[in-house]
Design a protein around this ligand. Structure first.
Ligand SMILES: [Ca+2]
Length: 285
């Protein structure tokens, strides 16, 4: 602790000249907490499903069926859809550990409805996450009250919904999500069509820096190319494809784009020289 205090005092002295307003803050114990907090709370912006296939999705409704809609998704090539009466369910079983929700604060997705009263009319509704292999009654969830207060429009809605951590179960393990569901039950004889697309788990830092998080993943792909050699074609192509799919604001954040251009040029030169060979399987002598 003394060492950290020393570091903060040194930092505050160094920054004191140009950051007078912040210098005092850096010397307080409270600010040590803030600094630690920022260093251990990464920006989370995890795309869990682009919903372009129905993989890992299901519905529990006995009065509806899950289908893939490729005609009118919000994003990409498809979205999942439920046509139902009385109950709305989207349901997913996750491999344990595949979602680390330790730093997640919101769930973010596109939601289509042809009935804007679907949550207001429901007897119960929630988006809840479970860690135990069974649905928990006191787990982390988007509450019914939050859903009922939504002002939905007929058609696609982009929702960023806060998770309620107040009533989580004592054994709750956010890094070991095993399932989650999004439901509205007790809709009587109401018939509806709902769709879901592009589901992400995010936190505030991830929301504020969504483009930065995506750009970082492309920068990592470019960095992974390393010095181009005759085997570099797949990694160069992967980085190029990922870069080309970015929006312009995201492209502007890719700081090592020149490295990709250099790698492409170097690889083209290797090809011209006839140095590019197909990878051969390793054979033990
Ligand atoms: Ca999609």
């Amino acid at each position: 602790m003394k060492r950290w205090l020393s570091v903060f005092l040194t930092l505050s002295l160094l920054l004191g000249c140009c950051l007078t307003a912040n210098a005092n803050q850096l010397t307080t114990g409270k600010d040590e907490l803030i600094l630690n907090n920022t260093s251990t709370t990464p920006a989370v912006n995890t795309l869990w499903s682009n919903c372009d296939t129905g993989a890992n999705w299901d519905t529990e409704s006995s009065r509806g069926a899950l289908s893939l809609n490729t005609a009118d998704p919000a994003l990409g090539k498809g979205c999942i859809q439920v046509d139902g009466v009385g109950e709305m369910w989207f349901f997913s079983i996750c491999p344990a550990g595949s979602i680390d929700c330790s730093y997640v604060t919101h769930v973010d997705f596109w939601f289509y409805t042809d009935n804007v009263n679907i949550f207001k009319s429901a007897r119960d509704c929630a988006f809840d996450l479970s860690y135990t292999g069974a649905w928990s009654s006191g787990g982390v969830r988007v509450n019914a009250g939050t859903l009922r207060n939504l002002t939905l429009q007929k058609g696609w809605n982009h929702l960023t919904l806060p998770l309620d951590f107040a009533n989580q179960t004592p054994d709750c393990n956010l890094s070991q999500i095993t399932r989650f569901r999004f439901y509205a039950v007790g809709l009587d004889d109401m018939a509806f069509q709902v769709r879901m697309d592009e589901l992400r788990f995010v936190n505030q830092a991830g929301l504020e820096n969504a483009d930065g998080v995506i750009a970082n993943s492309v920068m990592e792909l470019i960095q992974a190319i390393g010095t181009p050699n005759s085997y570099s074609e797949p990694s160069i192509q992967a980085a190029r494809k990922a870069y080309d799919e970015l929006t312009q604001p995201q492209k502007d954040l890719v700081e090592n784009y020149q490295d990709l251009l250099n790698a492409e040029a170097a690889f083209a030169q290797l090809k011209e020289q006839g140095s590019v060979v197909f990878p051969q399987p390793c054979v033990n002598p």
